[in-house]
Unconditional design. Sequence first.
Length: 90
Amino acid sequence: MQVITRTLSALAVTATVLSAASAFAATPFNIATRAYRGQLEGIAGYQSLEQNFRSGNVSASDVIRAAGETPTPQLEREVSSFLNHLGNDD
């Protein structure tokens, strides 16, 4: 009985960890927001990111890679779209 209880307990912990990890799945909005807040290593946040992105010194691919993701054309378009709108008060 003790072995069954331990096994079930281990499975419950594993399921909890996996579900928590999926809650932080990278979405284009999440990637762009983390970049804007300066939460990605090697990517300056806020106004510096806006200036660097608009001048071409930082690309959507750079931001995606800094987030630990693999750039794809669709992901690049979506992150780029969010970065173009972040920081605008319009």
